[in-house]
Design a binder for this molecule. Structure first.
Ligand SMILES: N[C@@H](CCC(=O)N[C@@H](CS)C(=O)NCC(=O)O)C(=O)O
Length: 207
């Protein structure tokens, strides 16, 4: 059976939990990080040299980086609907995944740590406001793309990219600040709520 290392509240662990639900793959989850067992433990460092969760263990092989794990599992199950096998179609899915884990991810850190995690090191009001503005600007990018596709981030069908973008949208909605009115985002969120994986691990799986 697959082993997923990482505490269940982590947004990056929840990507892996959600794709397992989409694929119908059973797994065992093992707590690391987030106040459970520290990722600095030498036993964890053996699982991932960069010391981050999630880590996926599959028949003795170790995989890390959440978006890579999502792609690996979709490819392992030959789910070309979730991860297309033609280069151009696949790149259209992957570009959103790469943007999520790099640029989009970097917008919210300060506001999320300060307002949701209530970390005392992230309480500067100006920096919270700057982070929130950047986060909302990135969500507007998603909103404009959804207006173009009328459905999902990479086109008419649900793909791996919606797992990582969907979790990011949930995070945006978890920030206790007044949000701009973005009907495309609300419709997308409702569409994602139709999926068991999002209901279990995206929407309700924590902030
Ligand atoms: N780029 C990495 C980022 C992973 C990451 O930031 N993981 C966080 C949890 S969301 C972590 O390992 N935190 C250490 C801890 O919780 O102790 C990925 O997508 O897998």
């Amino acid at each position: 059976m697959l082993k997923i290392h990482g505490y269940a509240g982590s947004i990056n662990v929840r990507k892996v939990l959600w794709i397992c639900e989409e694929l119908g793959l059973p797994f065992e989850r093992i707590d690391w990080g987030g106040g459970t067992r520290p990722v600095t433990d030498p036993a964890f460092q053996k699982l991932n040299p960069v010391g981050m969760i999630p880590v996926l263990e599959d028949a003795g092989q170790l995989f890390w980086e959440s978006n890579s794990i999502v792609r690996y599992l979709a490819a392992r199950e030959s789910r070309h609907d979730l991860l297309p096998d033609t280069p151009a179609e696949r790149a259209h899915v992957e570009k959103w995944m790469d943007w999520q884990v790099s640029d989009f991810n970097n917008t919210w850190r300060y506001a999320f740590m300060g307002l949701v995690r209530k970390n005392p090191h992230f309480q500067d009001e100006k920096q919270i406001a700057e982070s929130w503005d950047k986060f909302s600007a990135a969500v507007r990018v998603v909103s404009r793309e959804l207006a173009r596709t009328s459905a999902y981030i990479a086109g008419r069908h649900f793909t791996c990219a919606d797992i990582v973008i969907g979790l990011s949208i949930h995070r945006w909605k978890s920030i206790p600040l007044k949000r701009p009115d973005l009907p495309e985002i609300e419709r997308y969120y409702e569409r994602l709520c139709e999926r068991e994986g999002f209901r279990l691990y995206g929407r309700d799986g924590g902030a």
